[in-house]
Design a protein around this ligand. Structure first.
Ligand code: SAM
Length: 299
């Protein structure tokens, strides 16, 4: 926290340095929690403009003000591109937002969430009730383990229709870095059932272009169809946030099924347009990314 004189009061600001030479600041109304698990520092702050925010190792993870954009796009794009997802694996996702969105799909009958840090879930349960409201769903099982290790377990192979990685960023020494390697992506392919779809957050290309480039290249070598899509997440550096996806089945850039869920951000048009990339970004990615889909909508 940075204290700055502003008028007569001493305003407190949460400051995140997105990269060398760039920082983001949000005015803090109240610090609600600060603790440390064996993996990371965990903070919860009430922001003046974006509601309640979860911060891990000083990096903004999610806020009640804009979480729906990120969680809807990470969940509904892959799920609606799949013809009939029944078993979904979430790696990370300790704040509960992605699990909540996945569980809104009635055809899904099993969600396994592998979150390495139990303390994140416990803190989210206390301070982010909107995020965690689905964690009591009987279809959900939470394992407190490293997601990379979980995939190595043979009984999980060819088991999941959709695998989503909602982890902390790979920079630094946090456990998120184990989820951005080629070996991890090899294990993802083995974990997916035929026709399966994978999606992973790949950050903001303005500040960490190597994350998106590395994942797009790795997926291009392992999946018959690979895509990159984006959304605007105001509380992430640069606001322009990417997701990378690989499919053993249909192209992910078009919904295969209609869905009547009420959303804040996601629509079928947003789904399609999210795969339209700015010129230069498209040029930096491997050839064949976002190949057009053959649409066949079913109810
Ligand atoms: N939406 C956020 C983002 O895009 O940066 C991610 C939020 S979520 C809270 C990130 C979670 O990933 C954290 O709870 C963290 O403990 C978990 N995580 C990081 N590395 C992991 C790993 N190897 N296995 C399982 N969970 C992991």
């Amino acid at each position: 926290m940075v204290k700055q004189k502003e008028g007569s009061s001493l305003a407190t600001w949460f400051r995140e340095s997105a990269s060398d030479g760039h920082a983001l600041e949000w005015k803090v109304q109240k610090r609600l929690y600060r603790g440390r698990s064996e993996y990371q520092t965990i903070e919860v702050v009430e922001l003046e403009t974006f509601g309640t925010a979860l911060v891990l190792d000083g990096i903004m993870q999610t806020t009640t003000g804009d979480e729906l954009i990120y969680h809807e796009m990470l969940a509904h794009v892959p799920l609606l591109a799949h013809r009939g997802p029944r078993r979904v694996l979430i790696i990370g996702g300790g704040d509960g937002g992605v699990a909540r969105e996945v569980l809104r799909h009635r055809e899904v009958d099993e969600v396994v969430m592998v979150e390495i840090d139990r303390m994140v879930v416990e803190v989210a349960m206390k301070y982010l009730p909107g995020h965690t409201k689905a964690l009591g769903d009987s279809r959900l099982v939470i394992h407190y383990a490293d997601g990379a290790q979980f995939l190595k377990d043979e009984k999980n192979q060819s088991r999941f229709d959709v695998v989503l990685v909602d982890s902390t960023d790979p920079e630094g020494t946090g456990p998120g870095r184990w989820l951005y390697t080629e070996a991890f992506h090899d294990d993802v392919v083995r974990t997916l059932a035929p026709g399966g779809i994978f999606a992973q957050q790949t950050g903001t290309p303005f500040f960490n272009p190597e994350v998106l480039a590395g994942v797009a290249s790795s997926l291009s070598q392992r999946f018959p169809w690979v895509g990159v899509y984006w959304a605007v997440v105001p509380t992430y550096p640069g606001g322009f946030f990417t997701f990378s996806t690989g499919s053993l089945g249909p192209a992910v850039c078009a919904p295969q099924r209609r869905w009547d869920g009420k959303t804040y951000w996601y629509t079928e048009d947003i789904h399609r347009q999210a795969f339209v990339l700015p010129a230069e970004l498209g040029r930096t990615l491997p050839r064949g990314i976002n190949r057009p889909a053959v649409e066949s909508m079913t109810r």
